[in-house]
Design a protein around this ligand. Structure first.
Ligand code: APR
Length: 310
């Protein structure tokens, strides 16, 4: 694995490229944007950081898909970000067109890449890329769960006055307000979180996590980039190093959790082939109900997409 392309050199894309470069695990990162000079400038800036950041990964900025040829992994962040008052779903008509064009262009030059989608509304944009790419579902998936879980872990660490490093958690469902945090699967250094925090405080954290993206949009007037960028880079790392790490990712389910063919956040193993396995947790009836409610919300946006003429 030596070549990673990041489409979109905006806040999220540039962060993915920069975090990835600091990991020093790939030979080259290509940063592509329709604003070619922006991509060139950010790649050059990041490359000039290499002597200080102590990495060898070369960064190339471009607006020409020929430069992306034979990429092993492509991260798609192109699209418009959310503004105050918008839901992720509001972005669908603009970003669906962009994701379609981008996917088509990538496939022209890289016949068999792994695609990681970051553009929102995430579950549906992943579905769009999957349909356009014609690649196996193990090679097309979306980044959402790692970010949502990171937010949840960060809030918990603060409340418990401990480090996020020791907090392990899994979270499922769509990347929206219907996401399903699973306190039963949350531990702090192996200790069930419910032994360390009261139900009310935990509930408040769960609720804050669900609208974690919106909180940042309100604060900054645009959507977040440090945590989303780092989360996508972590997925790339797990694939490049063939780690088989277990992360919640937006993946195509087909019968798992009693869900028909659709993209939604589930725990998966990420390795050199992309999704090596979807893990089926033994959810309680209530947890499963929440997941199905979330699936219903995602499905309704998928239907909007299916009816669109692009
Ligand atoms: N091809 C390539 N790049 C494109 C295209 C396209 N067809 N259309 C737009 N872009 C680029 C823009 O030029 C811009 O530089 O995508 C970049 C998006 O960057 P930002 O506006 O900074 O948005 P960002 O915060 O990075 O979010 C991008 O990720 O998290 C999601 O919801 C977010 O969908 C949004 C996406």
């Amino acid at each position: 694995m030596s070549k990673v392309t990041v489409i979109g050199a905006g806040n999220v894309g540039a962060t993915v490229a920069n975090v990835l470069a600091h990991r020093d695990i790939v030979k080259e990162v290509v940063l592509l944007d329709i604003q070619g000079n922006l991509a060139k400038g950010k790649a050059l800036d990041s490359w000039q950081q290499a002597p200080i950041g102590n990495y060898s990964t070369f960064l190339r900025g471009t607006d020409n898909y020929e430069d992306t040829a034979n990429s092993d992994i492509v991260v798609i962040t192109a699209g418009v970000p959310r503004k105050p008052g918008m839901s992720r779903d509001d972005l669908i008509s603009i970003n669906a067109k962009i994701v379609n064009t981008v996917t088509e262009s990538i496939l022209k030059y890289s016949p068999n890449p792994i695609l990681i989608v970051v553009s929102n509304p995430l579950d549906v944009m992943t579905y769009a890329a999957y349909k356009k790419a014609g690649l196996p579902s193990s090679k097309v998936f979306g980044m959402a769960g790692i970010l949502d879980t990171a937010r949840y872990r960060a809030f918990l660490a603060e409340a418990l006055n401990t480090t996020p490093k020791d907090i392990q958690a899994i979270l499922m469902g769509g990347h929206g307000d219907t996401m399903v945090p699973l306190p039963r699967y949350t531990t702090v250094a192996g200790i069930p979180v419910t032994e360390l925090i009261g139900a009310e405080a935990l509930d408040a954290i769960v609720e804050r996590t669900k609208v974690g993206g919106g909180e940042l949009v309100q604060l900054m007037g645009t959507s977040a980039w440090y945590a989303p960028g780092a989360a996508a880079a972590q997925m790339v790392e797990a694939i490049v190093k063939d780690e088989n790490r277990i992360f919640p990712c937006c993946a195509l389910v087909n019968g798992e959790y009693g869900l028909d063919e659709m993209f939604i956040g589930v725990p998966v193993k990420l390795g050199k082939n992309g999704i090596e396995e979807i893990i089926e947790l033994k959810l309680t009836k209530d947890e499963l109900q929440l997941l199905h409610d979330s699936a219903k919300a995602v499905k309704s946006v998928m239907e909007v997409y299916d009816q669109m003429t692009l």
